[in-house]
Design a protein around this ligand. Structure first.
Ligand SMILES: [Zn+2]
Length: 293
């Protein structure tokens, strides 16, 4: 079953919800980066969050970068979404392994670390990008997303993210949701949603046996949810030989002359998909020539 993103409104437009199921794309990320479970969970949560936040960008060429720097053993966790919700990402240290928490769950908070920032860069496809940053609350990511939404967009928001890892370390279920309340929403609506959120519980267990639609219907029961849009999303990297050439051409002249002087084939590997691009010394010379023009 392919991954989906749902955009939903409920309670006469007072509730806005985005929900994703992301098992396939999280498993793809795991295979590309050979992540161990706690890294798979952290990256999977970041990818789901980036997809939901990025899909709200209106302009086709827009993108969203979701970056966690919590000084934990995973290093930086990065997820990038296009304006449709397709994502790519990586963690600095994919083979980090940590003991489970006392409750038997993966310790994503300790792996990400709680001393640093969540930075969200929204490139609307034109002009300067908007950069928002909040102090990491727990490193469990969903809480950090909610804090970001509250602080940067003054929204009343709830976020849940989950990745369930199977016994063979593959991804068994993954996804999440963001619920935002319009300003002026009555207190009983907030109370009702809070109790629905606690009754529904873990996102990954809902998605293990159900769909993103089930998540919407369980959380918004009684609020007449209406699915405005359903998109199929996937793990997608936009790198290409041309783009890598462009990056090389934009390097400083001394950097690129150093590469050229080595007289060896230069290999550049894409962080997001591990594709290797090789350039001969002649090609590097040609790129230098172009960048001088
Ligand atoms: Zn790539």
């Amino acid at each position: 079953m392919s991954d989906v993103l749902l955009r939903v409104i409920a309670a006469d437009g007072q509730i806005k919800m985005t929900a994703v199921s992301t098992r396939e794309l999280t498993e793809k990320a795991r295979q590309i980066h050979k992540t161990l479970p706690v890294a798979t969970a952290a990256l999977g949560r970041a990818l789901a969050a980036a997809s939901m936040l990025g899909s709200g960008i209106k302009h086709e060429n827009g993108s969203l970068t979701f970056q966690l720097n919590g000084k934990g053993p995973l290093g930086t966790v990065i997820a990038v979404s296009d304006s449709y919700g397709n994502v790519r990402g990586y963690v600095d240290e994919p083979s980090v392994d940590l003991p489970l928490r006392a409750d038997g769950k993966l310790d994503v908070g300790a792996a990400v670390g709680g001393d640093g920032y969540l930075t969200v860069i929204r490139d609307l496809g034109f002009g300067e990008p908007y950069i928002g940053s909040v102090q990491i609350v727990s490193g469990e990511i969903a809480e950090d997303v909610a804090a970001y939404l509250v602080e940067s967009e003054q929204a009343r928001a709830a976020c849940a993210l989950g990745v369930l890892i199977d016994t063979d370390q593959s991804v068994r279920a993954a996804g999440g949701y963001i619920i935002e309340l319009l300003p002026g929403a009555p207190d009983e609506l907030i109370d009702g949603l809070e109790s629905a959120i606690s009754v529904v519980g873990s996102v990954s267990s809902v998605l293990d046996s159900g769909t993103a639609e089930d998540l919407v219907n369980m959380l918004l029961v009684g609020y007449e949810p209406r699915i405005l849009e359903k998109r199929e999303i996937e793990y997608r990297c936009n790198c290409s030989r041309e783009r890598v050439r462009g990056v090389l051409a934009s390097l400083g002249k001394s950097d690129i002359e150093e590469i050229e002087a080595s007289k060896e084939v230069t290999e550049i590997i894409c962080h997001f998909c591990n594709t290797a691009y090789r350039f001969t010394p002649e090609e590097i010379k040609e790129i230098i020539g172009k960048s001088k023009e």
